[in-house]
Design a protein around this ligand. Structure first.
Ligand code: MN
Length: 274
């Protein structure tokens, strides 16, 4: 057996370390595997899955977005770069501060309405995820005086109320977009302590203690709105859930949410990696 001289051995070791470091470092023009440094990959996956689920259900189309508060830094949040929700991958999820500044945008465009998310995270320390949609079923309830109320147990969170934010009230004639922090702050104030806020002539925002809850609420806000429109078309009084029923049913929804989420993940699994 030939012994490797000590000096040569050290040199080989140094070369090996360099090779490993080179392999780990992102090359020029390439993207690192974990774009939001230090973020829990499970939370990033939830943002990806949630975006694709809502697209699959038609709650979002080319527009709309899902975000999560950064698990390790409550003053930052994770959100896709400007992209249709059905196309979001883990590599597209970026880190933002609560003023909506991208920590590292790498020259990629970001969502104009990111201020919805940042200002709600500022106003609501309990909120860990935010969803914004232009949910078609909801729009009629943003432009009429008919309040959105809980039709069935899955939408029990509506029992606490779904206020409508009227952008024209404080901001006059705009392009309807939440394009700066002042607009975001006003929207967050209208949300108050609720789970949902509707936006006149625009859509809605749902929030929750996790991504799956916020996505669940976005989906069932749309379903409830469609069902309420159907019930109203039948005529007569609607027998909504009472406030007490709403509180009890909402607690159960949060317990069985994993079952729903696992089914939804299965539903969009064939689209991942595309
Ligand atoms: Mn919008």
């Amino acid at each position: 057996m030939t012994a490797i001289p000590a000096r040569r051995f050290v040199r080989l070791g140094a070369l090996a370390v360099c090779a490993v470091l080179f392999a780990l470092a992102p090359g020029r023009g390439q993207t690192p595997a974990t774009p939001a440094a230090g973020a829990d990959t499970a939370v990033i996956e939830d943002v990806v899955v949630g975006s694709r689920i809502l697209a699959d259900f038609g709650v979002v189309d080319a527009f709309g977005h899902v975000s999560a508060r950064h698990p390790a830094n409550p003053n930052h949040f994770l959100m896709s770069r400007s992209l249709a929700p059905a196309l979001v991958t883990a590599d597209d999820v970026k880190e933002f501060d609560l003023d909506g500044n991208a920590v590292d945008a790498r020259g990629r465009p970001v969502f104009l309405e990111r201020f919805i998310h940042g200002e709600i995270y500022k106003a609501r320390p309990d909120v860990m995820a935010v969803v914004h949609t232009h949910s078609p079923g909801v729009i009629p309830f943003t432009v009429t005086k008919v309040p959105l109320r809980p039709m069935f147990h899955n939408a029990a969170f509506l029992g606490a109320g779904a206020p409508v934010w009227e952008i024209r009230k404080d901001f006059g004639e705009t392009d309807m977009l939440v394009r700066d922090p002042l607009l975001g702050k006003s929207l967050a104030q209208m949300l108050g302590d609720k789970s949902v806020v509707l936006m006149r002539g625009h859509g809605d925002v749902t929030v929750g203690p996790s991504v799956n809850v916020a996505v669940f609420r976005a989906y069932y806000t749309d379903v409830n709105a469609r069902l309420q429109t159907q019930a109203a078309a039948l005529g007569g009084d609607i027998n909504f859930l009472t406030p007490e029923e709403s509180v009890k049913a909402d607690a159960i929804n949060l317990v069985v949410l994993d079952r729903v989420w696992n089914l939804w993940k299965l539903r969009i699994a064939p689209t991942l990696g595309k």
